[in-house]
Write a new protein. Structure first.
Length: 95
């Protein structure tokens, strides 16, 4: 295993961290998309991404709508909506 790379990236317009073994950066690898919890951001889960990347996975941790670099995307009223709606809006942005 080589060094692990943490790439601050933008996936389909969504800020994300991509964690992968440097020696396998261009290799086809199984993919894990790790959605962080309701009150946290993508950086909070780097320890889990590290463990998965160490086992040979490419890990993508996007910022959910209204979190991290996407904090300003929601109005105060939208911030009070249920978790399900935010999750759906996050995945709709990928299309």
């Amino acid at each position: 295993m080589g060094l692990l790379v943490i790439d601050e990236s933008n996936v389909a317009g969504i800020p994300a961290l991509i964690v992968v073994d440097q020696e396998k950066i261009n290799a086809p690898l199984p993919l894990v998309i790790f959605w962080h919890g309701w009150t946290s951001g993508k950086e909070s889960y780097l320890r889990f991404a590290y463990l998965a990347a160490k086992e040979g996975f490419r890990v993508v941790i996007p910022d959910a709508t209204g979190h991290g670099e996407r904090l300003e995307e929601l109005t105060e009223q939208e911030e009070n909506l249920a978790f399900g709606r935010v999750s759906c809006k996050t995945s709709e942005k990928r299309k």
